[in-house]
Design a protein around this ligand. Sequence first.
Ligand code: HEM
Ligand code: HEM
Ligand SMILES: [Fe+2]
Length: 485
Amino acid sequence: MSTAKLTGSAALGGGQRLAIKYFVVAIVLFGAQILFGLLAGFQYLQPDFLYGVVDFSVNRMVHINAMVVWMLFGFIGSIYWLIEEESGTEVVGLALGNLGFWLFTIAVAIVVVVYLVIQTGPGTIESIWFINEGREYIEAPRWADVGIVVCVLIFFYNVAATFMKGRWTGIGGVLVLDLVAVAGMYLAGMFYSPNLSMDQFWWWWVIHLWVEATWEVLVGCIMAWGLIKTLGARRQVVTTWLYIEVALMLGSGILGLGHHYFWIGTPEYWLTVGGFFSALEPVPLVAMVVHAVYDSGVHRFKSPNHPALAWLIAHAFGNFFGAGVWGFMHTLPQVNIYTHGTQWSASHGHFAFFGAYATMNIAVFYLAAQKWRGNVNFGGGLVDNGWKWKWSLGLLNGGVLGMVMALLVSGYDQVFIERALEGATWAGFFKAQYSVWYLQGMWWRQLFGYMTAAGFFLLVWDLMTIGVRETRPAAFHTEVAEHAA
Ligand code: HEM
Ligand code: HEM
Ligand SMILES: [Fe+2]
């Protein structure tokens, strides 16, 4: 028996090699997100800082677009990572998949450069096509939209055709149906109308139905697979949970869309529909926590990959608190009339995107790193006691949680001063912006932002080095062993 362990790309199949490319771009964009977030945060404190060089509006836009795109790269990579093992066959159109990767990456690079070079000017049909569409989170110009659709179609073809050629599993079936919806929702964002209410109506189809329906299903699939990988959880158990969670998520998340239709000029029945269904949205997120804790308990937290398992658990809790609890707090119209569009929303936005989606991506990065290092042990007794992954886990989660709390303080202050006392007037807005607590919140957000950035650097360093000096092979729990037990 050969004892030489395969490492690097030699250890991987074609789909996983492609996945690594997606992960690398995802991590670079994650870094860009943090950099531009820090710049935007600093401009809250020193509004003249870089004014006319990179304006707040641009920093903010690059910050949140980098986030959406890095998470998409991470998700696409995660699926290319798992698909060959899951379907039992090679990815059918690997050359096409590589082409899609390069198209997507080049388009993103051009779009960011254009954002930075052309920061101001009138919005016209030409600017919609070539510079900026002006829709928060999906500002990419129309030409890039078309390019992204082509890349997503290539990706969809690869996923569906690979499962069709190999074997279908419960996870694979849910995944493929979900990808149809993810792509379909994106098309709703290409609709253009000069009527702002209509424009917002369709824009929310992308934003809300992505993060509160289709992306949730996507991470549900990755979670199911991840629990099998990190804990050796039984496939029947995770698949059953997956079906239940998906049914609950779609049942509440689709009409939960109404919580964005309260004040944009849509009919009044949305107050009731949105309030009721979105209030139910935390239910599946509770189920996901129960599911993860149950599986970990059954397997006594024994795992060949501790960092990946830790991030999966961070996902279950982050999703529940950031999306479920923080979302629930302002989802009833009676509350939202006061909190709408304040730092309260930003508090929830940071907590939910980080808690639900950054965590899941990082978990898969660690699974990938393990195989890249030759399937060595990432469990207990790591060289250096695994201090880097533990500290980056602590700094990233602590940093984001700190920002979330700081923003909540500022948000409360805004609600009291701007909305309750001053009756949501323009003068009230400025009164709140200069109040002591609000400004203190902004300072704390910046400090915790630096902590988050430190966690990010440590994460990158760890991913590049973890397991390099490890020689013990990972003791994988196989599904077969589990069934026999
Ligand atoms: C992972 C899932 C979720 C993510 C990533 C997320 C993210 C966000 C973000 C970024 C915003 C701000 C949008 C803007 O720029 O205007 C927002 C708004 C909102 N979210 Fe979520 N959210 C999630 C789940 C939920 C859930 C489950 C609920 C309710 C239970 C909820 C309730 C709300 C409400 C009511 C608003 C509107 C805030 C306002 O009026 O300003 N969210 N969400
Ligand atoms: C590392 C330090 C970070 C800093 C200093 C920072 C700062 C900011 C700032 C200043 C804004 C604009 C808020 C406004 O318009 O009032 C913003 C928006 C946002 N950031 Fe961050 N951010 C950081 C990290 C992150 C991370 C890690 C995530 C998620 C993974 C994230 C997600 C968001 C979202 C979703 C929004 C839009 C919120 C909304 O529309 O309400 N940020 N951030
Ligand atoms: Fe929503």
